[in-house]
Ligand binder design. Sequence first.
Ligand SMILES: *Cc1c(COP(=O)(O)O)cnc(C)c1O
Length: 381
Amino acid sequence: MPFSQFAAKLAERTEAGLLRSRRQIDSPQGAHVVIAGREIINFCSNDYLGLANHPELVNAAQQGAAQWGVGSGAAHLLAGHFGPHQALEDRLAAFVGMPAALGFSTGYMANLAVITALMGRGDAVFADKLNHASLNDAVALSRADFKRYPHQDMAALERLLAASTAPRKLIVADAVFSMDGDIAPVKALLALAEQYDAWLFLDDAHGFGVLGEGRGTLAEFGLASKRIIYMATLGKAAGVSGAFVAGEQVLCDWLLNTAHSYVYTTAMPPLLSCAMQASLDLIEAEPWRRQRLAEHIAAFIAGLKDSCDLLDSNTAIQLVLLPDNDATIRIAKALFERGIWVGAIRPPTVPTPRLRITLSAAHSDDDIAALIRELKALMDM
Ligand SMILES: *Cc1c(COP(=O)(O)O)cnc(C)c1O
C-alpha cells in the first residue's frame, strides 16, 4: 500500500489549480503581516475587530499564565476545569442572552458535540447546502438522516420538514455564511422550527463580536426561543481561540455528560479564558470597532460593485466571483505581488471559485483604497 498513490492525486490537484499550501507569517496576526520579509496587507484573516494581537488581550494572557500556568492538564470532567473557564461561560451566557453556556476548544468540536449529542439514527437534520464543513461532518458522525436544502431556500426547507416523520428534527445553518458572507433568514428559520417542532442550531462563527452590538446574530434580529441552540467561535472576531455553545441549562448539562468532543479532550488553557475576558471587555466597550468595519464594508462595495462580480453580502466577508480556478489563482497571485493578500477559494470548499476578502476594523482607509485600486486594475486587464 504505497503512499505514492496520493502523489498522483496531488499531481491531479496541481494540474487542476486545486493544490493547497500554506503561507508562513513572520509577525503577529493583524491588518498588516510580514511574509518572506515583506509587509503585506492582510485581507485573509477573520480577525474582524483587530483583537488577535491587542495589547490588552496579550496582557491578560500573560497575567493568566502567571496565575494559572500554561497547560490545563486534564479534561474538564477530570481536573481541567478552572475558575477562568467557569467565569467565562457565565459571562458568555449572559452576553448572548441565554440561560447557560459551555466552552469548547474549537468551533469544529462544538459543532460535533451539539449534533452528535442530540441526534442519532432515525432522526433528521435539515441543513443549508452551504453550511460549514464541520456541521456536515457532525451530521455524518451522528448517523442521523441528512436533508440538505438549497442555500437560503426556505420553501425547500419547509417541504423537507413537512415530509419528515423523524422523531427528532434539527434545523442547522451558518448564521453568517463563511464563504458567501450572507446572513441566514433566522426569523424564518425559527418560524419553521416552531411550526414543525424542530430545534434550531445556529453557527454564529462570523456573527459573534460583529453583529448585534457584538452579541451576535440572535441579538441583531432580537431572536429568543427555548428551541435555539447557539454556537459561536472565539478565534475569529473575538481574537482568541475556542468556542461556546449556549442554550437551555439542560442542553449544556447533556452536552457536558455525553458529547465526546467535550468529554474526551483536554480543556483549553485557562489563560485563554483570561484573554477572552479582556476581549469581551473591548467588544462591549469599543463599538467604534464595529463602526469602522461597517465603513470599510460600505467603501469596498461602493468601490467595486461596478467593476467586479460581487456576491450579495453586507458583512465583513466579501466575495469576488471569477470564471474559473485559473483566473482566481492568477488574480490572487497578482494581488499578492502588489502587497495585498486575499483568499483564493476554490471547489470543493465552494461550488464556484472566488476571491474571499475579509475586512477588519484594524484596516486603514488607505488599505481599503489600495485593495480597491489594485483589484480594479487587475479586473480590467
Ligand atoms: C471557523 C468556523 C468553524 C470552526 O471554528 P474553529 O474554532 O475554527 O474550529 C465553524 N463554523 C463556521 C461557520 C466557521 O467559519
